[in-house]
Design a protein around this ligand. Structure first.
Ligand SMILES: [Zn+2]
Length: 419
């Protein structure tokens, strides 16, 4: 394996170059890979993804360091050239520029955190849509992070020179490095004029102005550090467009100006809460009125017990216990409970309510304090005959089961036992 000459070290803007094929091999995943005597393709490393592009007639889909870090493997699709061949190569520039903007943006943002708060960056990742730095920042807040972002953009708009220094470890020791290098031998130091010195093997802008803009999208605490998600350059524009589109779409739902969408949503939420409160009060009133009606009908039907779907059956036993039994279609548990409670508010009353739909049957039993029957015991029995489960307190119980066709019988049986 040769030691590939890395053209991107000296010129991060070099896109087209000629090279000689030194070897054709496979990478660790068994993909066809080409080794060149020299390359402008950046292999994955230092938090920065690999370049893509063309190599002769083949497409470069990935680049990785060869085992031992002595060469670059260009993973190709579409026919690798032969060993010894001369090839024309081209790096995909939009992707490279994007990486240059994110990577240089990271150097600047990281140093802004150091300058303002003495907060070091512990790791960096460039992902498909945004990048992350993990910063050792105490007391993070929106305003603290925005201050660092403001400082970083000042440096971007100063359009400072970005220089590469290849130096010995002794020379590096005399530089105000932001972080120490883990490498031995000659070091590559990236200087952002008058602002930052960092050892780095990545691809960087020529001047900070090329970064365009740095924007923090989000921050959160992670593993004792603060993870700041940011976008730079073209990504910042793309992210602004997305955010703007989202904000405008939300605002148009409320027919307000873009920046008023959040207030409008908050107002709607408040209104919704008030409506819910009013709805609950109205449902309470309706349940009481329905209960009164059922109690009256139960009085007229004194002496007989038969539960009819959708019909009302009432029994008044010697003027002592009034039983209101009823089966509803498709009534939810909450509504049944409300009606049962309203019925139980009448003296000497037992409410045996059921409802059924495709899903099965549900039951709510309740009684007033003077009525003696045990709702819990009645409910357990009724649920057994419905093939389900239920229970509760002596004065209020609920349950259900899948055998909806047994619901009328179950309630009728409970009514007999409640007397
Ligand atoms: Zn770098």
């Amino acid at each position: 394996m040769n030691n590939t000459e890395r053209l991107y070290y000296t010129d991060s803007h070099l896109v087209e170059f000629d090279a000689r094929v030194v070897a054709v091999t496979t990478d660790a995943e068994g993909r066809a890979a080409v080794v060149l005597d020299r390359t402008a393709f950046y292999p994955t490393g230092g938090g920065q993804p690999a370049d893509t592009g063309v190599l002769g007639g083949a497409r470069v889909v990935d680049c990785v360091e060869a085992e031992g870090g002595v060469g670059v493997l260009h993973v190709v699709e579409g026919g690798a050239p032969e060993s010894g061949a001369s090839v024309c190569c081209a790096v995909d520039w939009p992707r490279r520029l994007d990486h240059v903007q994110q990577h240089t943006g990271q150097h600047i943002l990281s140093q802004a955190f150091v300058e303002l708060y003495g907060a070091q960056t512990r790791s960096f990742r460039m992902m498909a849509d945004a990048s992350e730095v993990d910063v050792d920042l105490r007391d993070p807040s929106d305003s603290a992070i925005e201050r660092a972002v403001d400082r970083a953009n000042e440096v971007v708009w100063d359009d400072r020179a970005v220089r590469v220094h290849n130096v010995t470890p002794e020379e590096a020791a005399r530089m105000p490095l932001r972080k120490d290098s883990a490498r031995e031998g000659e070091l590559r130091i990236i200087e952002i004029e008058g602002f930052d010195f960092s050892p780095c093997g990545g691809t960087h802008a020529r001047r900070t102005g090329e970064v365009g803009l740095i924007a923090a999208r989000h921050w959160e605490r992670a593993k004792g550090l603060v993870r700041v998600t940011f976008v730079a350059g073209g990504r910042a524009l793309a992210d602004y467009r997305r955010a703007n589109r989202t904000a405008r779409a939300a605002a148009s739902l409320f027919s307000v100006a873009r920046d008023e969408a959040a207030d409008a949503a908050a107002r709607l939420q408040d209104e919704n809460k008030q409506l819910q409160r009013r709805l609950r009060a109205a449902e309470e009133l309706a349940a009481r009125a329905e209960a009164r009606e059922l109690v009256e009908e139960a009085g007229e039907a004194a002496g007989s017990t038969s539960v009819v779907a959708g019909g009302v059956t009432g029994v008044v036993e010697g003027g002592v216990t009034r039983i209101v039994a009823r089966v509803f279609e498709g009534r939810d548990a909450e509504s049944l409970r409300r009606l049962a409670s309203a019925l139980a508010a009448h003296s000497n009353t037992v409410a045996l309510l059921g409802s059924r739909d495709e899903g099965g049957a549900r039951l709510v039993f309740a009684r007033s304090a003077e009525a003696g029957a045990d709702m819990n015991a009645l409910m357990r029995e009724a649920c057994q005959s419905l093939g389900g489960r239920g229970g509760g307190r002596p004065d209020m119980a609920q349950g259900g089961g899948p055998l909806a066709e047994k619901l009328s019988d179950a309630i009728e049986e409970a009514a007999r036992k409640a007397r």
